[in-house]
Ligand binder design. Structure first.
Ligand code: HDE
Length: 736
């Protein structure tokens, strides 16, 4: 039984040796617990930022600040008696807990975010007057990446579109660029958004499948509603399964209208280009990761930032003359199912984004951040893209139920860094204490009216675009009816290996549908993209390939759309170095330091945890045969034991240490690691006799991207030459 301490008596005995024995001030925040400061509506640092640690005082208190003497036992009538309703601490604690969850986002529920800074190059000045794009102007940002279909707890590496939403806290107000990693969208008009989302989400009866598009309702919709063909094709390509958030492009999707200092306008599309290149997983890897590390992308982003390997993207724009037709080279710029190939309109870099701090509190920042395409700043205006118009309504509206009322802009992560002087008052969760009596305009009290700004004093002034005289109709323009020539352009731009992946993805997804009619309709859509694509998927489904119903478009491929054939910096890529006790540990040390020198992340894998070579200079084991899986590594090195060859990797060898056990065969977990690495076309190198392990795993030693090296350092050098291409593409096509 816990009894209240008498005043002045020593604190009760601690129940655990790990807990402090006397009251003391909280520990100072760790370096990763600090983040960029947010400010209040009046520009003051917020209290939330001053207390970035869980504890903010020596004693535990109630929400009202009253000190507590016990938080582990309810107040009862005797130790074995009933709990008393008068226990106000119990009620406060449980009631708060009962309301800890808020509704998850209706789409994009699963996400990860980071703070950073955007630096303008000044190159956009000729077309856009936005201050944050000025030369060397630095603007704090918060970026949230997400999947679309899954719930908050779903896995990261599902096949899906990824959100790429950026909040720029500019000096002229907040600008949100709420984009995706796919430059086109499923629907041309926002009124269809509930339909595509209802079709993609789990079936309403059994609530399955979670975070998947491989099911009947999704394919039912996208095959009936053929304007979804282009986006669906991107989803079925490698873009649907990114290797990392750090290795994704981002797109504003819609065409925006930029305004220069003289009021001149230019149409533009926004692009984010990752410095690390665009890389994807292969499907089998993605599926394995969903089981072994469902937080793969979230972990990757946070780990990279914590390690100081700050991810970077260049912001770029494609620009088009603002003509009344709003087309470019025959492409309708208001149709969000269209891209403009970069070969026709190059992406011009206008600034650099660097993510350099992890959030301190997931809920306060990543969960509560509220993006809105209508958060615009002078210089960036909208067009009449009907998808964008609907979004301008939706994002404000959704925050009211998600964040509990109209005052979500007061939540620290949503507070503008520009001074706010609005006349919005009261409402749920109002935290500001507004002074004065005249929150209205015009007024002659409270010091008189706030002035209204003009374009020359920083006001956001809508571009006076001529609206065509027209009848009210529920119709789309005729140009929106071409649903196949752009998907064909994308297909023709893919390399052979990327086409194999697309064929595999359609065969898998349509193969998971139960309804025969949906599979057949899916093939009819594919026939209108490309006959080879249709024939190969039909073959996989065991169905006849239909003829196209529209003439196949004559389109020029856009090489910029392919991820294969270019090289990128290898920095930050992860190399697994597998070793066993008694192996060539000097070689492991040399490979490790060479990897670190090259900016790679080496992870030593051994049969059990602890250290290798405890007698010499110890090597810390970071993964064991139980915790390692090939999917974590971009390349694999294997250190052998010169006198014993592959036998050193015998099953249970490390524990038993007896040769008879070793002879029974190589540890199956190592064989799996090697065969997966090979199948997924990653670089592999072995030395000191470990090539026997490769052979036992069925890896031909003369295959591309497989090296038998004379030392650990050489082995690392071999894989380092291959990593910039991401994978050893020559090993494809494989059955993946
Ligand atoms: Fe969204 N979308 N969306 N969307 N969207 C939301 O807003 C919506 C669209 C995108 O990390 C919701 O705050 C409509 C296109 C991202 O918090 C909601 C339409 C693009 C995020 C909403 C679209 C996006 C959202 C759900 C018209 C790429 C996550 C929660 C068809 C350009 C932002 C929320 C974050 C989130 C509505 C289409 C990107 C319901 C009506 C096109 C990255 O308001």
């Amino acid at each position: 039984m816990t009894t209240p301490p008498t005043p002045g008596a020593p604190a009760p005995e601690p129940s655990s040796v790990d807990e402090p024995t006397e009251a003391r001030a909280p520990l100072p925040p760790k370096p990763d617990q600090t983040g960029p400061e947010t400010v209040s509506p009046t520009g003051q640092p917020t209290g939330a930022d001053q207390a970035r640690v869980a504890q903010s005082g020596a004693y535990l208190t109630t929400a009202q600040g009253t000190r507590l003497y016990d938080t582990d036992h309810s107040l009862k009538a005797g130790a074995r008696g009933p709990v008393l309703l008068q226990d106000h601490h119990l009620r406060e604690k449980i009631t708060h807990f009962d309301h800890e969850r808020i509704p998850e986002r209706v789409v994009h529920a699963r996400g990860a975010a980071a703070h950073g800074v955007f630096r303008g190059y000044g190159t956009a000045a000729g077309v856009c007057r936005a201050a944050f794009l000025g030369k060397d102007v630095e603007t704090p940002v918060f970026v949230r990446f997400s999947t679309v279909l899954g719930s908050r707890g779903s896995a990261d590496t599902v096949r899906d579109t990824r959100g790429f939403a950026t909040k720029f806290y500019t000096s002229e107000g907040t600008f949100d660029l709420v984009g995706n990693n796919i430059p086109v969208f499923f629907v041309q008009d926002a009124i269809k958004f509930p339909d595509i989302v209802h079709a993609g989400k789990p079936h309403p009866d059994r609530e399955i499948p979670q975070a998947q598009s491989a099911h009947d309702t999704f394919w039912d919709f996208v095959t009936l509603h053929t304007e979804a063909t282009h986006h669906t094709l991107w989803n079925m390509s490698d873009r649907g399964i990114p290797r990392s958030y750090r290795m994704m492009e981002g797109f504003g999707v819609h065409t925006f209208r930029l305004v220069d200092a003289d009021g001149g306008t230019t149409l533009a599309k926004f692009h984010w280009k990752p410095k690390l290149g665009v890389h994807s997983l292969v499907w089998e890897e993605a599926q394995i990761i969903n089981g072994v590390d469902p937080d793969f992308h979230r972990r990757d982003l946070a780990d990279a930032i914590e390690a100081g390997a700050y991810p970077q993207w260049e912001l770029g724009i494609q620009t088009f003359p603002d003509t009344p037709e709003q087309t470019f080279e025959g492409i309708d710029l208001l149709d969000p199912t269209n891209i403009v190939p970069e070969e026709l309109a190059p992406v011009q870099p206008i600034g650099l984004l660097t993510l350099n701090a992890n959030p301190s509190n997931f809920f306060a920042e990543t969960e509560q951040v509220a993006f809105h395409p209508g958060h615009l700043v002078p210089g960036i205006d909208i067009t009449d893209d009907p998808l964008l118009s609907g979004r301008l309504f939706s994002y404000l509206d959704t925050q009211i139920s998600r964040l509990g009322g109209p005052n979500f802009a007061q939540i620290p992560i949503n507070r503008p860094h520009a001074p706010v002087n609005d006349m919005l008052r009261d409402g749920m969760h109002q935290t500001a204490v507004h002074r004065g009596v005249a929150p209205y305009r015009p007024n002659s009290l409270d010091g008189g009216c706030p002035f209204l700004a003009g374009a020359d004093t920083g006001a956001y002034v809508e571009t006076p675009v001529q609206v065509p005289a027209a009848k009210k109709v529920r119709e789309a323009p005729v140009s929106f009816a071409d649903h196949f020539s752009q998907p064909r352009l994308f297909w023709l731009s893919m390399s052979p290996v990327e086409r194999e992946h697309i064929i595999g993805a359609y065969t898998f997804e349509l193969g998971k549908c139960y309804e025969q009619a949906i599979k057949e309709r899916g093939l009819r859509v594919l026939a209108n993209i490309d006959s080879e694509l249709c024939r190969r998927v039909a073959e996989g489904l065991g169905l006849p390939a239909p003829e196209p119903t529209v003439p196949l478009a004559e389109v020029a491929p856009s090489p910029a759309l392919s991820q294969v054939g270019r090289t990128w910096p290898a920095q930050g890529r992860i190399v697994g170095i597998v070793a066993v006790p008694g192996g060539d540990l000097d070689g492991v040390r040399a490979a490790r330091s060479a990897a670190l020198e090259a900016g790679l992340v080496p992870l030593v894998v051994a049969p059990t945890g602890g250290v290798l070579d405890a007698d010499g200079e110890p090597i810390t084991v970071q993964r064991t045969f139980v915790t390692a899986r090939s999917t974590e590594f971009d390349a694999l090195l294997l250190a052998g034991v010169p006198e014993r060859g592959a036998d050193a990797y015998g099953a249970r060898d490390a524990k038993a240490g007896d040769a008879a056990t070793a002879a029974r065969g190589i540890d199956p977990r190592v064989l799996l690691m090697v065969s997966e690495t090979f199948r997924h076309a990653k670089a592999i190198a072995a030395w000191a006799g470990a090539d026997g392990v490769l052979q036992a795993a069925g890896v031909p030693l003369d295959a591309p991207g497989v090296a038998v090296a004379e030392s650990g350092e050489r082995a690392l050098a071999e894989v380092l030459t291959l990593l910039p291409a991401h994978r050893v593409w020559e090993r494809f096509p494989a059955a993946l």
